[in-house]
Design a protein around this ligand. Structure first.
Ligand code: GLN
Ligand code: ZN
Length: 778
């Protein structure tokens, strides 16, 4: 441990974390096999160990140093926040049955916390900062007994050693762990998990001592909560807590060197809280944040520290501008004890490697860097920064050539798109006044009070998946495919008529994913074959790549919706994904403001709506479940974000005729922060999730003076539980206390695609009966 407390290590660049799911999604398969009872815990553990070993070897092959903590050991079976909570014993009472006498949680208990079993509810899950990753929310109360209850960081470190690697364990830091936790049930009013910091720190001290005993030179503590103004903790309090925590940990005698990491935005006023403590390193995000100026608060504290400089974007897939990145490193040089180039975030937000993509257009491919290619960029930057510019001249040349090719590509800047955007006027963003629309729509649609509808998707059955898979593999021709999809649509329409719903949907059988389907039908997007990224636990998504100006070559939803409408007298909703959600769930071009990209998508949707209208469709739903998740972490950025996101939705929908009823669906329920923006969308009807919060949201809605149609969900589609008619009635009664009957819609919380028909049929039947009962009483 000669290097201890010298700031040495991480020579030649590092990364803050790496995809954990495996290049072939081996962890996903192993986890799901284990949950289904097909493979035992040892086999699962072996699969996980294999992934780690191949990751470490790969990172070393790509150029990271093997022996000085440049390679992180950041594995998780499910989620890193859950891991930290379990490590320190923050395990709610309802999971006590899975703890042994020493307080250690079994693997079954760990998965019970993640996923729930029988009557034991899992931890709540929510979005990790402004990303599409979801973490589990620890529950911490005044009585939570913190004690060391695991040894994963030490085990991973030791495992690394056995393969010949001195890795750097990564753990969610104490301040972020508490800031992201929620008060346990029964905690007194005013209690905050952060109140428990001093009780928690000794457990972190034990973890660090354990790593020191193994001679681990470095540990990385993820303190990304410090960059966010959205965590529910008073900012000043958060900063005091961070300074205190790192003072205490820094003064420990038995510990590795500490690297405090903050990703997703600039540390700003939190920089001093880390830089002025006795820790050895700070990792800062220089993609989202700027190099601090020499006189900024806290910067003096960096002089004797290792500064891990996140100059390569860990959150998007574009090849780095190496010249610009090197400039940032040089700007940092005089401010820092030592500078180590790195990714701005863990690389788990991007797919493993471009090597697994065989059908991307070669020119586009040249513009991209997935995780492995980013490691190579970092290694090249480190060599250039250390004086060997000549040795990496090829990498720099290739980066320049890629950005020149990107700038010059005819699909990136299409004059017809620019022209249409330039010609927009305020009138393109506004519809007729709501009162006028409501009157015309009532005449057209003849809907009853408390109209019933669903959010769009119906269960994606094995038959539906088979239809799509065979079509993708070219095993069935286009005509057969269309006929099979029509068959699925027919089934869904018949079912909805039988149940007695008022506004029908076509069921979305043709869509694998609500964004990818749009990416596949619009120009300016590409889809990958193996570009999987972890969304939560074993769940992965394959974000599309939005690389160029967006053009809709032809209508792509109309055929299905028109067919569905031809089968029924009831109105069928056209079903579109909104511009903000398409951006949020794709990798988006970084060469123009997102505002412009969103408006381009909006124009394509606007044309689709107009084609739907021409096909006789009177109701169109434009889903925007992601509008809340893109909310910037810094308040200073909110107004601009809400302005462009709301504008894009309005641009998409304001071309609709007065008689066309525009719906939107927002998924989550916490929209207190953005309720004015939701109002600003000017949709005729808005559906939101509400069941799990027992309609809490209706009070916000009333308080905001929300005057248009609103459908707070009355059926929790995240659970296999079938609500009784009575359950739905109770929720409707609560809603009707705050919302006039003339505004209230009756619908589930979200789409039904993950549920089974055995649950959906009785649930929707009870929902419709409850609505009828209420109607009769009104
Ligand atoms: N229309 C989509 C569906 O029903 C909406 C999904 C969502 O909100 N995430 O599946
Ligand atoms: Zn939803």
């Amino acid at each position: 441990m000669a290097d201890r407390h010298t700031g040495a290590g991480l020579e030649g660049g590092t990364i803050l974390g790496y995809p954990r799911i495996g290049r072939r999604r081996q962890l996903k398969r192993a986890l799901e096999g284990h949950w289904a009872g097909r493979i035992d815990a040892d086999t699962l553990a072996q699969a996980a160990a294999d992934i780690r070993a191949s990751t470490w070897n790969r990172l070393h092959d790509l150029g990271l140093e093997a022996h000085d903590a440049a390679i992180p050991s950041d594995f998780s079976y499910y989620d890193q926040v859950l891991d930290a909570a379990v490590l320190v014993g923050a395990i709610p009472e309802r999971f006590a049955q899975w703890r042994d006498d020493a307080g250690r949680l079994s693997l079954d208990g760990y998965f019970a916390m993640a996923r729930g079993v029988d009557r034991v509810a899992p931890l709540e899950m929510t979005k990790w900062f402004d990303t599409n990753y979801h973490y589990l929310v620890p529950e911490i109360g005044p009585d939570t007994e913190f004690r060391l209850s695991g040894d994963q960081p030490a085990l991973l470190f030791a495992e690394g050693l056995s393969h010949g690697f001195v890795t750097r364990p990564v753990i969610v830091g104490p301040v972020t762990l508490l800031a992201l936790s929620k008060p346990a049930e029964g905690a007194p009013e005013g209690f905050e998990p952060l109140d428990r910091l001093d009780d928690l720190l000794p457990v972190y001290a034990e973890v660090l001592a354990g790593l020191a005993a193994l001679d681990a030179p470095w540990v990385q503590l993820d303190e990304s909560a410090l960059v966010s103004e959205l965590v529910p903790v008073d900012r000043a309090r958060l900063l005091v807590a961070a300074r205190h925590a790192y003072q205490v940990l820094g003064e420990l005698a038995e510990r590795p060197q500490i690297l405090a990491q903050a990703s997703y935005a600039a540390l700003d006023d939190a920089l001093p809280a880390l830089a002025e403590t006795p820790i050895e390193g700070v990792a800062i995000d220089l993609v989202r944040g700027d190099v601090p100026t020499a006189d900024a608060p806290g910067v003096a504290g960096l002089r004797d520290k290792l500064v891990v400089a996140g100059v390569v974007d860990g959150h998007n897939i574009w090849r780095a501008d190496l010249d610009a990145a090197l400039e940032r490193l040089e700007a940092l040089r005089p401010l820092a004890g030592r500078v180590v180039p790195s990714s701005s975030t863990s690389l788990f937000h991007v797919p493993h490697t471009l090597d697994d993509e065989t059908s991307l257009d070669p020119e586009l491919r040249g513009w991209l860097a997935f995780a492995d290619e980013k490691v190579a960029e970092i290694v090249a930057l480190a060599r250039a920064y250390d004086g060997d510019r000549e040795g990496v001249i090829d990498a720099f040349e290739a980066a320049r050539a890629a950005s020149a090719s990107r700038r010059a590509h005819a699909g990136v800047h299409r004059p017809e798109v620019a022209k249409r955007l330039a010609g927009l006027t305020p009138a393109d963003f506004a519809r007729a006044p709501y009162a006028e629309r409501a009157a015309v729509q009532a005449d057209e649609l003849h809907l009853p009070l408390l109209p019933t509808t669903t959010i769009g998707s119906f269960p994606q059955t094995p038959e539906i998946r088979r239809t799509r898979a065979r079509h993708n593999r070219g095993e069935i021709d286009e005509a057969t495919y269309r006929e099979e999809i029509r068959g699925h649509i027919r089934d869904v329409i018949e079912l909805q008529e039988r149940i007695g719903l008022d506004v029908l949907v076509h069921g979305e059988a043709e869509r694998n994913d609500m964004v990818q389907y749009f990416a596949e039908h619009l120009e300016g997007f590409a889809v990958t074959e193996n570009g999987w990224v972890q969304s939560y636990g074993s769940r992965c998504t394959r974000p599309s790549i939005l690389w160029g100006d967006v053009v809709r070559p032809e209508p792509f939803t109309v055929e299905w919706i028109r067919y569905a409408q031809s089968l029924t007298e009831k109105p069928v909703k056209g079903m579109l994904t909104g511009p903000v959600t398409i951006l949020a769930w794709s990798f988006v071009r970084d060469d123009q403001p997102r505002r412009d990209t969103a408006d381009q998508v909006a124009l394509a949707l606007r044309d689709e709506i107009s084609d739907l209208e021409a096909a006789g469709i009177d109701i169109v739903q434009v889903d925007e479940p992601a509008i809340r998740e893109l909310l910037p972490l810094k308040r200073r950025d909110h107004a601009d974000y809400l302005d462009w996101s709301v504008s894009a939705f309005r641009l998409a929908t304001s071309g609709a005729r007065t008689r066309t009823q525009i719906h939107t669906h927002l998924c989550y329920s916490e929209f207190g922060q953005i309720i004015d923006a939701v109002d600003g969308l000017d949709a005729d009807v808005t559906s939101v999730e509400a069941e799990r919060s027992r309609m809490d949201i209706v009070r916000d809605i009333r308080a905001a003076g929300f005057a248009r149609g609103i459908g707070p969900g009355v059926y929790d589609i995240h659970s296999p539980r079938v609500p009784a008619e009575d359950d739905v009635e109770q929720l409707l009664d609560i809603a009707l206390d705050s919302i006039p009957a003339s505004q209230l819609w009756v619908n589930p919380d979200c789409g039904l695609k993950t549920r089974r028909y055995e649950e959906v049929v009785p649930a929707l039947t009870h929902m419709v009966e409850a609505a009828r009962g209420e109607r009769a009483r009104l």
